[in-house]
Design a protein around this ligand. Structure first.
Ligand SMILES: NC(=O)c1ccc[n+]([C@@H]2O[C@H](COP(=O)([O-])OP(=O)(O)OC[C@H]3O[C@@H](n4cnc5c(N)ncnc54)[C@H](OP(=O)(O)O)[C@@H]3O)[C@@H](O)[C@H]2O)c1
Length: 336
């Protein structure tokens, strides 16, 4: 209870800081290019939710920098149109782009499994997985995914990206260096770790979309941290799992965020920290047992004190494997 209260207070402070100072804190970064390294042409990258907002800008920058990018999207028509548009933009310079669209609907775990099978058939190592797709349904009633019966925030923001990450791990381990980036949120500070709301209906008056969003983001951070620690303990030294808050960004996430207020970041500013976490070598120096949390100013940020509690992270890990129907010894018994 005390921990939850401290998390709330820190959340209020972090949100105030973001609203008042995010423009200032990211000001210096404006003049620097979004992508620094020049080794991207050799990298295979998957970006989920690349049809809109931060994911679209992130994918675009990576594609333009020469990476081999898979746009993992549920709206494949929209994604194909975007990819065609990028290709026609550079055609006049005689350039070709390595971008491919693959379908995944995070509201269906079977769709995630199908995506992983199709990825496997490409027989490529995966260097960077960017779990960007997310939803926030403010002021709406609780909804459960049709196929899996999981509350939709938990499904899209935590359970489905967790499954995707686990299924793609063998491909990532084929690469010499690999990284998982979760586009997370400072809203995780208001999250709770109670797993009751994941797949069972709570009384409607107790449900809040904003709270479910924060909780789904919090448990995903904790899952990622537990994944990194478990892999390190199994002797895997290449693990790099990073959660990043991109800033408060004008996007399609919630209707009220579409129009950009003066203190908000635009989507390319929002993509900057994501790209930094995906590509910068400096991030490695700040990893603790394979994990780090970053803020919109491309610096390590402060997580909820709940996420510092290893035993709670491991509980979330177990709950997640349980809901996915995976054995709790999944990492040690699979080909990993
Ligand atoms: N905007 C902010 O201020 C802010 C702050 C902190 C964190 N974030 C995080 O940043 C990430 C990107 O958000 P954004 O602001 O760029 O929002 P956005 O413009 O709404 O983009 C969200 C993307 O996720 C995709 N998506 C949603 N549900 C999906 C599903 N079931 N299966 C596959 N893809 C799905 C959307 O695809 P469709 O077009 O098909 O719906 C869209 O491409 C999210 O994880 C969000 O939580 C955003």
């Amino acid at each position: 209870m005390e921990l939850q209260r401290r998390a709330w207070v820190r959340g209020i402070w972090e949100a105030l800081k973001e609203i008042l100072l995010q423009k200032l804190l990211t000001y210096k970064l404006r003049s620097s290019p979004l992508i620094l390294p020049n080794h991207l042409a050799t990298l295979n990258v998957i970006v989920t939710g690349a049809t809109s907002g931060i994911g679209l800008q992130t994918a675009r920058e990576l594609v333009m920098a020469g990476a081999n990018v898979v746009m993992a999207c549920r709206n494949v028509n929209a994604a194909n149109e975007i990819a065609q548009q990028w290709k026609s933009e550079v055609r006049q310079y005689g350039r070709t782009l390595n971008v491919k669209v693959m379908e995944v609907d995070l509201l269906s775990l079977n769709s995630v499994r199908q995506f992983a099978v199709e990825w496997d058939q490409l027989s490529m190592p995966l260097h960077i997985l960017i779990n960007n797709a997310g939803i926030l349904r403010m002021g709406e009633r609780q909804r459960f995914s049709e196929d899996d019966g999981i509350e939709e925030h938990f499904q899209v923001n935590h359970v489905a990206p967790a499954l995707l990450t686990l299924l793609l791990l063998p491909s990532m381990l084929k690469a010499t260096t690999w990284r998982v980036v979760s586009v997370n949120s400072l809203a995780h500070h208001w999250g709770q770790v109670d797993s009751k709301g994941w797949n069972s209906r709570i009384e409607e008056h107790k449900f809040s979309g904003t709270k479910a969003y924060g909780s789904s983001k919090l448990v995903h951070i904790m899952f990622l941290k537990a994944l990194a620690i478990n892999l390190v303990e199994l002797g895997c030294n290449s693990v790099q799992c990073i959660a990043v808050h991109p800033g408060i960004v004008a996007s399609n996430l919630v209707p009220g965020f579409k129009k950009k207020a003066f203190w908000m970041l635009d989507t390319s500013e929002g993509a900057r920290s994501v790209l930094y976490c995906a590509t910068s070598n400096d991030v490695v120096d700040n990893l603790d047992k394979g994990f780090a949390y970053y803020s919109s100013n491309c610096k390590p940020g402060k997580m909820s004190p709940l996420a510092d509690k290893l035993e709670i992270c491991l509980e979330i890990w177990e709950e997640t494997l349980k809901i996915l129907g995976l054995d709790d010894k999944y990492l040690s018994t699979s080909q990993i």
